[in-house]
Each structure stands twice: as structure tokens, then as C-alpha cells.
Design a protein around this ligand. Structure first.
Ligand code: ASP
Length: 311
């Protein structure tokens, strides 16, 4: 029995500028990050699984309008919301993922249902929504997901003809994709990630978040990883698996593997963003090559740290 747990969460990466943040907004974000990581810690402390801890931490951020997942999702170019999520168990290598789902309140819980209750790893659109209905998961009407700010972001992105990371551009208190990684007291790892994708993305666009090995990966031999940033770069680099492979095949430490992937490899494919990772010994790494990444971590039963900008 492992005596210690570790957990890290993120609320997205992007052009986060300290000068554009008010103390009120900062406080609101910090409070939500804190609630999210505490939800995970409470489960881990009580001997619960890394899977449950990461899913619970992500649910808190999905239920907040501040983050680009669940309630606070961004709009695609057709003016509606499509969500992606995935979760993976490091012990069994079981995984569940959904893409292009609409109106499901917590896509991460749908991914978790797939992990335990389906022979498939990835379901999309209507098939995923039908699975959610059968599993008795909560659905919400379109207006639950509507935030004026997101709508304005879409209009701006359309005018500028851009596809944007949620937290790029004006820094007004709405942030990005969310994720969590954890090591539990039984020595098992898990990773969970959830997103609304990118503002003004094409209808049907799939990012890295639901692609096992790109935006999310966990393996008890190595580490658990959750990514955030422009998904195309993470998919082309198979980033989350790459961190694990560098540890497994080259014997790199968690920090060495993460630094290499984020600062050497990703920029070569114009990849921007960051990741959170925890290894089987409870070490944590939270590297990013963007201006900032919303993050919190608690290593080896220690205190909670929260970060937003570069140190
Ligand atoms: N990685 C996500 C995507 O490309 C976006 C983000 O991390 O904010 O869909």
C-alpha cells in the first residue's frame, strides 16, 4: 500500500496576462481551482481511487462557467457547443472517451461510464449521447451552456477569421480546458480531461482531449498526463503518450520527459500549451510553453499550490 497520494489539476493554458487580471477575477478562479483539487484530495485521503478523484475534480470545473468544459464551453463556428472528454486508468489501461457530444452535463462522467461499462473506448455524437441516456446521466438544455461572454468571443473570432484557444485574447475571467491527474493510496494512476474545444472551430472538429495518448494518458508503469493547448499540435506529437514513452524507454525522469516534450518537441510542430503529470512515485510536473496555465497541485499529502502565470 502506497502511503501517499499526489494530485494535480489544470484549467487551461493560453495567453494569460497578469496585467489584465483583477484581484476579484483572480480570487474567483483560485477558489474554483481550490474546490476542484479539494474534491479530488478528499477522495484520495479516504482511500478512494485515482479514477474517482480525477473525475470528481473535473466535475467541479465542468460545473463552473469559468472554464471551457461543461457549463462554460465555447461555441463552434455553427454557433453551438460540442464537447470532448476522456479518462484513463493506469492500472488496467482501460479508457473511456467521448467526442462531439451535446447537452450532456458532465462529459467526464460519460467517459467514466464508457471506461467501466462498454467494450468501446471512444464514442461520438448521437451514439455517445444515447449511451449517456441509458446510463442515466444528467442532460441540460442549450441555455444552461449559454454564456454571453462565449457568444461575444465567437462573434469576435468570426470577424477576425480565427480559431482561438479559449483563454487567448482578452483575459476576462473565462478560462480553458480542464484536467486532473492523480496517484492514489493503492499506487494507481489516472488522468481525466474535458473541453469544449476552440472558439470558432469547425462543426465536428475533434481536438486532442478525447484522443488517448494525445491529450490524455495514464500507465502505472510510468505516469499520468493531461494536456491543454492547441490540440492539433498535441495530436501530431502524440504528446501524453510521448511523456510516458520517454520515461519507459529512455529512463528519463518525469520532469525531464515533460520539459523535453513541451519545450523541444511541441514548438517544432507549432504546438502551444502545457500539461500536468504525476508519476508512479508521486512526483508532479506542470510545464507549459504558453504565457500561462491555470493549475493547482498537491504532492505527497502536502499542501495545495496554485499557479496561473510563469513563476
Ligand atoms: N486542447 C483543446 C483542444 O484543442 C483546447 C484547450 O486545451 O483549451 O480542443
Amino acid at each position: 500500500m502506497n502511503q501517499r497520494y499526489s494530485i494535480a489539476i489544470h484549467g487551461g493554458a493560453g495567453t494569460i496576462r497578469q496585467g489584465e487580471m483583477t484581484p476579484e477575477k483572480q480570487n474567483e478562479i483560485e477558489k474554483t481551482l481550490n474546490r476542484s483539487i479539494k474534491a479530488g484530495i478528499n477522495i484520495l485521503k479516504a482511500g478512494g481511487s485515482a479514477i474517482d478523484a480525477t473525475a470528481s475534480a473535473v466535475v467541479v470545473m465542468e460545473d463552473s462557467p469559468l472554464f471551457n468544459a461543461g457549463k462554460g464551453c465555447v461555441f463552434n463556428s455553427a454557433g453551438f457547443i460540442e464537447m470532448d472528454a476522456s479518462i484513463m486508468c493506469g492500472k488496467t489501461l482501460d479508457a473511456g472517451a467521448v467526442t462531439c457530444v451535446r447537452n450532456v452535463r458532465n462529459p467526464i462522467l460519460l467517459s467514466q461510464e464508457l471506461l467501466t461499462g462498454s467494450r468501446h473506448v471512444l464514442l461520438s455524437g448521437k451514439g455517445a449521447e444515447d449511451f449517456a441516456r441509458k446510463a442515466g446521466l444528467a442532460f441540460e438544455a442549450d441555455d444552461y451552456f449559454f454564456t454571453r461572454h462565449r457568444y461575444e468571443q465567437l462573434q469576435k473570432a468570426k470577424t477576425e477569421e480565427t480559431v482561438q484557444l479559449d483563454h487567448s485574447g482578452s483575459n476576462d475571467g473565462k478560462f480553458g480546458t480542464v484536467g486532473a491527474v492523480a496517484l492514489d493510496l493503492a499506487g494507481n494512476l489516472a488522468a481525466a480531461t474535458s473541453t469544449g474545444g476552440m472558439t470558432n472551430q469547425a462543426e465536428g472538429r475533434v481536438g486532442d482531449t478525447p484522443i488517448i495518448g494525445s491529450g490524455n494518458y495514464a500507465n502505472n508503469q510510468t505516469c499520468a498526463v493531461s494536456c491543454t493547448g492547441i490540440g492539433e499540435g498535441f495530436m501530431r506529437s502524440v504528446t501524453a503518450f510521448d511523456v510516458s514513452a520517454l520515461i519507459e524507454y529512455k529512463g528519463l525522469s518525469l520532469t525531464e520527459a515533460c520539459e523535453y516534450v513541451i519545450h523541444e518537441k511541441l514548438p517544432k510542430v507549432r504546438g502551444m500549451g502545457g500539461l500536468i503529470a504525476v508519476d508512479i512515485r508521486g512526483n508532479i510536473a506542470v510545464p507549459f510553453n504558453s504565457e500561462g496555465m491555470y493549475r493547482a497541485w498537491c504532492q505527497q499529502n502536502g499542501e495545495v499550490h496554485i499557479g496561473m502565470y510563469r513563476e
